[in-house]
Design a protein around this ligand. Structure first.
Ligand code: ADP
Ligand code: ZN
Length: 435
């Protein structure tokens, strides 16, 4: 397949040139942050490092980390590196794991962010011939604005639907010939489910590709969405702290997401010791924003666990790739001493023919963790015969035990009884934290 790029020079730049570019940008950026952000200047002083000590990316490890706790401490203006008059936008995290964080953008920051999203759309086959339906939430959440801006840059006809009102999503999609859908994977699955209920199939909708991200999703879930919507589904990654979606995006090879390394320098560290790990090892992803002006985080610890790879990609891009994040350090549940990621449960469900409609409930009773997984039966397997349900529950619990090394109590529930998400899905209810 002929490859298209949005910014070919950057996306296919020889790695040596890319590293040189990153080094030049890093030196400038560290000085900008040191001069303008008192909070980070203090952290650097405490570590005994000055901007003059940073000559290139080989010195990156000398800089202190920033964490989400720092962002909360510095809320709202403490990490701002530009006068408010120079800023044109604020966004905020979804608050999945606690108090929201706010991020600021100059016009240049917005521009570069939209370029990153445009790269993702073009990599998914998008061009000015496409109609791009943006069904990520608009507003403080970065998903809607980011893909909206990227879609404009590519020249797609943009349908700014925002999330929700699924019937209208389907109607506009068909009436207005939407070819690319952008939303969270859980919302894409829900749109697919609604389509089926209407007695419609992939041939009744014009979509050819989807750009889905903002939350973890498995390969199995990808295949499910691709089948129900009749599309190729591309992953996209980002976080508010680094601007939003578009930090990394998938190409046609679908074996990990290319990081827009000319703007974001990535490292993998051991989350316990902070030590930088060699390429190919699993650890916490850390980003340094090389071009951001208003909110330029250096060595920001994302808490996302993943692996980087510089293996040659058939799409021709030289940008390093990140594997699908397998969860966040704070997503990981420790149940009776065993590490459990929701993505592992999702993998089992999809392998066993269930849909990814589930909720994990953890509690502590008499000093022992309880671990329950509520799973929806699909309409095809639905039965009210108790003995059948019990045996299905037992089978599923066994498969989960094999994957996790710990035995959950599985409850099968009626189709459609677990609440659907139009944005990021809530998979875990951990009642232990409330005690
Ligand atoms: P919050 O931390 O409140 O959810 P954001 O809305 O900025 O804030 O979400 C960013 C986080 O979403 C990332 O750190 C990551 O954990 C998750 N995320 C984003 N895109 C993906 C993706 N494609 N795959 C897995 N996780 C993702
Ligand atoms: Zn590629």
């Amino acid at each position: 397949m002929a490859q298209n790029y949005y910014q070919k020079d950057r996306e296919t730049m020889p790695v040596e040139d890319l590293k040189k570019l990153q080094s030049e940008k890093l030196v400038k950026q560290v000085k900008h942050v040191y001069d303008n952000v008192e909070y980070y200047r203090k952290l650097m002083n405490e570590k005994g490092v000055k901007p003059e000590d940073i000559h290139g990316i080989e010195d990156l490890h000398k800089l202190p980390f920033l964490t989400k706790a720092d962002l909360r401490d510095a809320y709202p203006y403490g990490l701002l590196a530009k006068p408010i008059e120079d800023c044109v936008r604020i966004h905020s995290t979804s608050g999945t794991t606690g108090r929201r964080v706010v991020a600021f953008y100059t016009q240049n920051d917005v521009d570069l962010w939209e370029d990153c999203c445009a790269r993702a759309i073009v990599a998914a086959g998008g061009s000015n011939k496409d109609v791009c339906q943006v069904a990520y939430g608009y507003g403080l959440f970065t998903g809607g604005s980011g893909l909206h801006g990227g879609s404009h840059k590519v020249g797609c006809l943009t349908l700014p639907m925002s999330s929700g009102n699924t019937d209208r999503q389907i109607q506009f999609m068909t009436d207005l010939n939407a070819t690319i859908l952008c939303c969270t994977p859980s919302y894409a699955a829900y749109i697919g489910e609604t389509l089926k209920e209407k007695g419609m199939g992939p041939n009744d909708i014009p979509l050819k590709a989807g750009i889905f991200g903002a939350e973890p999703w498995t390969e199995e879930m990808r295949r499910g969405i691709e089948d129900t919507l009749g599309i190729k589904a591309y992953d996209i990654y980002g976080l508010t702290e680094t601007s939003g979606p578009g930090v990394a995006f998938e190409c046609s090879e679908q074996t990990g997401m290319h990081i827009n390394e000319d703007h974001f320098l990535a490292e993998i560290i051991d989350p316990d010791t902070g030590e930088v790990l060699p390429e190919g090892e699993k650890g916490e992803l850390v980003f340094t924003a090389l071009d951001k002006e208003a909110f330029p985080l250096l060595r920001y610890r994302t808490r996302d666990i993943c692996v980087l790879s510089r293996k040659k990609c058939s799409c021709g891009r030289t940008l390093i790739k990140m594997a699908k994040p397998m969860g966040r350090t704070d997503d990981m549940l420790i149940i009776r001493g065993v590490n459990v990621f929701p993505s592992q449960i999702e993998t089992v469900l999809l392998n066993e023919g269930y849909q990814p409609n589930y909720q994990i409930v953890v509690d502590r009773v008499n000093n022992t963790d309880t671990f329950e997984v509520n799973v929806e039966m699909t309409p095809e397997m639905f039965t009210d015969k108790l003995s059948d349900i019990l045996s299905m529950e037992k089978n599923l619990a066994n498969s989960m035990k094999i994957m996790l090394g710990i035995n959950p109590k599985v409850h099968l529930v009626a189709p459609k009884s677990i609440v659907r998400s139009e944005g990021k899905a809530v998979r875990v209810i951990d009642k232990r934290k409330l005690v």
